[in-house]
Design a protein around this ligand. Structure first.
Ligand code: HEC
Length: 101
């Protein structure tokens, strides 16, 4: 009986563990970005360029509006990337991951 209670407590702890912004950003990046960008964001992918070190503003423009901050020189002249506006609220997490050491 005690074992069951302890087991229950251990499970609850696991489920309520909150991912850090960097962990959450990494997960989101793997799900939504690696179809085109490299699994390692420091490297160029098959379709998309490296996006390591992207600013909040660049991520917001590219994901929500499909363009670039004023005066920014894009790494590629193409317009292949899809807009992913549903990730708007996740941009701080993606930013944390893409700017982590
Ligand atoms: C459908 C393929 C595709 C997906 C999915 C995709 N990208 Fe891109 N991305 C590209 C391509 C291709 C470019 C180069 C510019 C262009 O053609 O739009 C790019 C460019 C970028 C740039 C600009 C880089 C620079 O400095 O010029 C950023 C930032 C970026 N992507 C971030 C992301 C993030 C973050 C995700 C996931 C949330 C993502 N992309 C998902 C294809 C993709």
């Amino acid at each position: 009986m005690l074992a069951l209670i302890l087991l229950g407590a251990a499970c609850t702890k696991k489920e309520t563990k909150v991912a850090s912004p960097v962990e959450e950003g990494k997960r989101l990046y793997a799900v939504h970005c690696t179809a085109c960008h490299a699994a390692d964001p420091k490297k160029d992918g098959a379709v998309g360029p490296s996006n390591w070190g992207s600013s909040l503003e660049l991520l917001e423009r590219k994901l929500v509006h499909g363009d670039y901050p004023p005066g920014y020189t894009p790494k590629r002249p193409t317009r292949v990337m899809v807009q992913l506006p549903f990730l708007k609220d996740q941009i701080p997490n993606l930013h944390a991951y893409l700017n982590s050491p």
